[in-house]
Write a protein that binds this ligand. Structure first.
Ligand code: FRU
Length: 294
């Protein structure tokens, strides 16, 4: 029972409905189950900044020993994260960063690196370095998030060197959502006779774009690249030939909680923990599914 527990740890999650977030919560709960000395309180921001801010304020009032937070957006969560820091609560920021560096630790993937890997592969798919050509649709994640900007910047480091590549949209955000990406793509398909490649900042959006193309009877002409690479989602879509590639984005659930416990036990932790990524294509998708028991 809670009274017997040594550490009360709060985790403010932004939303639980997206597949990657569901996996994230599963991962942190599985890790918590291995630590009988920890009471973990998980809140759901319902994908709204105001709700998530209220959640964090609540956790501060409950005097948690450590706070883990995976923000909806950087700017909107920075104030309340600072409040927790001022209250002397060690803060672990997960996946999406905030606009202060005063937290104890950041745990997440290297989105710039993932963007670069996606850009390099896009160039290869469109004809190779120096001769790549084609029309590209990029569907942004939430504009107020660091991952979206890093995934954009990394991608363009490669694709912008190719004069043959044209971009059809100007900063259109699907806010990480499949249905919004579907609508963006449906419009892009109506306005453009030729689309060669879609880069979605996550798998749900790449898949939403795929579905729009399929409904227009054009999915065979287009390559779809996404990010997240969950076995039961992105990797399966690649294996089915619906997405061309995805890049794994390990959730920081297990590692984030381990780090917080380590810190509470008086050990030193690094300022930043970077989680690895892997490119998934038709070549290795089946093997990855097998390795995951699927
Ligand atoms: C889920 C999600 C993931 C993405 C991450 C970026 O909310 O959109 O699909 O990789 O957040 O922060």
């Amino acid at each position: 029972y809670a009274q017997d527990k040594k550490w009360k740890i709060g985790f403010s999650q932004v939303t639980t409905i997206e597949p990657w977030r569901a996996q994230f919560n599963k991962d942190i709960l599985a890790e918590a189950a291995k630590h009988p000395e920890v009471e973990l309180i998980v809140t759901d921001g319902e994908d709204k900044t105001e709700k998530q801010v209220a959640d964090v304020e609540n956790l501060i009032r409950q005097e948690v020993d450590a706070l883990l937070v995976s923000p909806k957006e950087s700017a909107g969560l920075t104030g309340v994260v600072q409040q927790a820091i001022d209250a002397k609560i060690p803060v672990f920021v997960l996946d999406r960063n905030v606009e202060t560096k005063d937290y104890t630790q950041f745990v997440g993937g290297d989105n710039k690196l993932i963007g670069r890997a996606a850009g390099e592969y896009a160039v290869e798919l469109l004809g190779g370095k120096g001769k790549a050509s084609g029309n590209v649709v990029e569907i942004w994640g939430g504009m107020g998030t660091q991952p979206a900007h890093d995934r954009h910047d990394g991608f363009h480091e490669f694709t912008d060197k190719e004069p043959g590549i044209k971009y059809l949209l100007d900063q259109q955000s699907g806010d990480w959502k499949q249905d919004q990406a579907y609508n963006i793509m449906a419009t892009a398909l109506r306005n453009n006779e030729k689309i060669d490649l879609v880069y979605g900042h996550n798998d749900p959006m790449a898949y939403g774009a795929y579905l729009a193309a399929k409904d227009a009877g054009r999915e065979k002409d287009i390559k779809f690249i996404g990010i997240d690479g969950l076995p039961n989602e992105g990797v399966t879509l690649v294996n089915n030939g619906e997405l061309t590639a995805t890049f794994t984005y390990v959730t920081p659930g297990a590692e984030g909680l381990r780090q917080a416990i380590k810190f509470l036990n008086g050990e030193k932790v690094e300022k930043t923990i970077t989680l690895p990524t892997e490119k998934i294509t038709k070549e290795n998708a089946a093997q990855v599914l097998k390795d995951n028991g699927l």
